[in-house]
Design a binder for this molecule. Structure first.
Ligand code: UDP
Ligand code: MG
Length: 309
């Protein structure tokens, strides 16, 4: 029987980790599994709670970071330390229903898929604005990048060893998991489920956090924004050229005195704006390149109960 490793990033999840373990134990029954809790620099009692669980349950492993490195880093650390034949990534707050696990595992072991991933079909309990922008993001991302992110795709998935090894080969610092999971390819079965609210605690994602995350995702997976300035520049040059000919013609044909303070102001401001915007876009890519070239570790471990492999 296949060992299942469950990777669980935890940031301030003191209220949920215990409930989480109980639920998993219920669903898994006698099937072999290990849970790897990654304490992502929680400021509450999460680490102590996890350690208690590890002391009483041998299938519980933990890795505790030296500070908050973000969910993406936590997932990377978990995947790296997972020993199972099948590996699952799952949130600690039970928004990713463990009851889907048997179906996901079956999709791989019986139906021959490499990945079984959960897809939210509803966005119940989420604000209208958030859903709207999130839809907009998927449309935009899929249009300008060569990838095809499935709408409502979550990080909740079970993968084969082979898929995980491929993901681990992507050692970039800017980790947009949704994109990385998609990028490596393989056959994925999407399993739909209805959105559920957290069992306890609260989400750490603010609206602006999500906007920033979206921009990171776009910068990490497409250079299309860089081409936008070239396109804008071309269009404006063509318009300027036509306008120039019109002015010369008007002068030659009608001896129209050249006037137009407003035109000049508008042109200067428009061009200035576009130039600054383009520099900003360029800067964003440069920033990412800069961060990548530093080659810093994706996470730093402070303590763990996993022996070095
Ligand atoms: N998380 C993390 N590091 C962070 C933020 C979140 O490890 O910096 C974890 C969190 O503990 C949870 C999962 O990522 O297990 C999803 O977070 P959350 O429920 O806050 O996000 P949402 O479900 O609202 O997208
Ligand atoms: Mg959540």
């Amino acid at each position: 029987m296949n060992l299942l490793s469950i990777v669980v990033p935890c940031f301030n999840e003191e209220e949920t980790v215990e409930i989480f373990l109980k639920e998993i134990q219920k669903v898994m029954g006698d099937s072999p599994f290990e849970i790897i809790f990654i304490n992502d620099g929680s400021s509450d009692d999460t680490l102590r709670k996890i350690k208690n669980l590890a002391n009483t349950t041998s299938s519980v492993k933990y890795i505790s970071f030296s500070r908050n490195f973000g969910k993406e880093s936590a997932i990377y650390a978990g995947l790296k330390n997972a020993t199972g034949d099948l590996i699952c990534v799952m949130d600690a707050d039970l928004q990713h229903p463990p009851s889907l696990l048997p179906e996901m595992i079956e999709a791989i072991t019986d139906e021959g898929y490499d990945v079984a991933a959960a897809r939210r079909t509803t966005r119940k309990g989420e604000s209208k604005i958030k859903s709207f922008f999130s839809r907009l993001f998927y449309k935009l991302f899929n249009r300008i990048s060569e990838m095809n992110l499935v709408e409502g795709a979550t990080d909740y998935r079970v993968m084969t060893r082979q898929v995980v090894d491929s993901i681990l080969e992507l050692t970039e610092f800017n980790r947009f998991s949704k994109g990385l999971f998609q990028w490596v390819g393989f056959n994925t079965k999407w399993i739909p489920y209805e959105n559920i609210e957290r069992v306890a605690g609260k989400t750490t994602w603010s609206f602006w956090g999500l906007v920033k995350y979206s921009i990171e995702g776009i910068v990490a997976f497409t250079t299309a924004p860089l081409s936008v300035s070239t396109l804008l520049g071309t269009i404006i040059s063509v318009i300027a050229f036509i306008y120039m000919i019109i002015i010369i013609a008007r002068y030659l044909l009608y001896s129209d005195p050249v006037q137009g303070f407003a035109t000049i102001m508008c042109t200067i401001l428009l061009l200035g704006g576009i130039q600054l915007l383009s520099i900003g876009v360029l800067g964003k890519y440069l920033e990412k390149t800069y961060v990548e070239t530093k080659n810093r570790p994706i996470f730093i471990v402070k303590e763990t109960n996993i022996d070095d492999k």
